[in-house]
Design a protein around this ligand. Sequence first.
Ligand code: DQA
Length: 143
Amino acid sequence: MEKILLLNGPNLDMLGIREPEVYGRDTLESIEAEVVAYGAERGVEVDCFQSNHEGVLIDKIHEAHWHYDGIIYNPGAHTHYSYALRDAVASIDAPVVEVHLSDINAREPFRAVSVIEPVCVAQIKGKGKQGYKDALDILVSRD
Ligand code: DQA
């Protein structure tokens, strides 16, 4: 595992401002910096990307097939309904670990369903920003 993509979907650019009682006070920028540093300690290069747009995320996942060994992916609300993103994940060889800051099973019923999970190698939820680092460990341990 040499290169990992840290991918975040809609509204995750608002971390730090958005519902801090649910998602914490860390900004996405600071979480990304922590994951990049965590990866560097393990000899892994981590690139970060966030978008609020489904098609842009699909293009990035396709690109990952050629350029990355794995993806750490928080699909945000796309988790619960985007078959297009599920198909994108299923289209590529790179393993994908799904991450949620909150415990999606302990919230509104619509959040308990992930259409992305069946095509991922693992799902991590409810561990806050630590979940992104745990996902990196899962990807690295697959080597
Ligand atoms: C989330 C959970 C989703 O239900 C929500 O739509 C998000 C964030 C999480 O990280 O806990 O945007 O993926």
